[in-house]
Design a protein around this ligand. Structure first.
Ligand code: 13P
Ligand code: SF4
Length: 309
């Protein structure tokens, strides 16, 4: 229903020819999700990349997710349809001050959200995603001083959930989630009094305080599908709409506009298009290329995260 047939066929042919897998985040456009072998949140996509044994990964998400897939597949080709598909959280956290912090505070454990550059990952002790952040922090000894980076909202949520006092939080933010105003959520609740509120932990505390459920994109979809409720106000990127409809047909979902774009779309995720995906599979570019040294350093905290059940 969503797919432009000619390009879709070209992509499927190229996928076969290249022995490629297509991984897509829930925030991708529906026509891309329709062609994907795996659709998931950042943790599920990292796990899927780790299992892959073909030749090419076409990563329809943002660059840091593709870098993660490359670290797990150093000898395979990883392409992203648009090289500019970045992330405001990655931009908010350069590696130099983290390196300096590490030197000055060798007693701290650095817990990095997967939404970081490869250079920041290489300075980290363990990674986390929005799905497992609470579990990852709880896996560390209770008295361990922690630097959590880069998302202030996810960090605050984790601190409240774990009760960790000894946790410094980097003050980065997601341009999409951090600009959802609680005021608009209150209005949406007045418009839809029967709806439950589900929110991604990158939203501000004032929004999370009003949520019936807080979780990663996949956790939100699972919650809405399993819930007895039929109507939800969804505080995350509107690309999840497609997966929500597939997982919970017949239920109703309302999105709230943020103050950044007066919409709920991630400007980076939406740079990927079917045409660019076709070209990426055809030319095998833009391709993630990383030095063996940086991949080895980033792999250690990534593997530590994946080992936490
Ligand atoms: P997930 O961990 O839910 O995939 O979220 C990643 C992300 O970039 C949210 O904005
Ligand atoms: Fe980054 Fe926010 Fe876009 Fe997620 S939604 S990729 S955190 S800018």
């Amino acid at each position: 229903m969503f797919t432009a047939p000619a390009i879709a066929d070209e992509i499927l042919d190229l996928k076969k020819e290249r022995n490629a897998i297509l991984l897509a985040h829930h925030y991708q456009a529906p026509e891309i999700q329709e062609l994907a072998d795996v659709i998931g949140d950042s943790l599920e996509l990292a796990r899927a990349a780790r299992k892959f044994s073909g030749d090419v990964i076409a990563f329809c998400g943002v660059w840091f997710m593709a870098e993660t897939a490359k670290v797990l597949n150093p000898d395979r080709i990883v392409v992203v349809p648009d090289r500019e598909a970045g992330c405001s959280l990655v931009d908010s956290c350069p590696a130099a001050p983290i390196r300096e912090f590490r030197r000055a505070h060798p007693d701290y454990t650095i817990v990095s959200y997967i939404n970081t550059s490869i250079e920041v990952k290489a300075e980290s002790d363990i990674l986390c995603t929005s799905r497992n952040a609470v579990r990852i922090v709880n896996s560390l000894p209770p008295e361990q001083p922690i630097l959590f980076l880069p998302d202030r909202n996810l960090g605050g949520y984790v601190r409240r959930q774990t009760g960790r006092e000894n946790m410094k939080i980097w003050q980065g933010a997601c341009v999409v989630h951090d600009t959802f105003p609680a005021r608009r959520l209150v209005e949406a609740r007045l418009d839809h009094p029967d709806a439950l509120v589900v929110a991604h932990p990158e939203c501000p505390e004032s929004v999370l305080a009003l949520a019936d459920f807080v979780g990663s994109t996949s956790a939100i979809i699972e919650y809405c599908a399993a819930s007895g409720a039929h109507e939800f106000i969804v505080m995350t990127e509107s690309g999840v709409h497609h997966s929500l409809h597939r997982a919970a047909p017949g239920k109703r979902f309302h999105f709230v506009a943020n103050e950044h774009c007066n919409c709920s779309e991630c400007p980076y995720m939406k740079l990927n298009t079917l045409e660019k995906l076709r070209d990426a599979l055809d030319t095998l570019a833009p391709r993630v290329e990383l030095s063996g040294e940086i991949m080895a350093r980033a792999l250690a905290p990534l593997e530590r995260m994946l080992a936490v059940k």
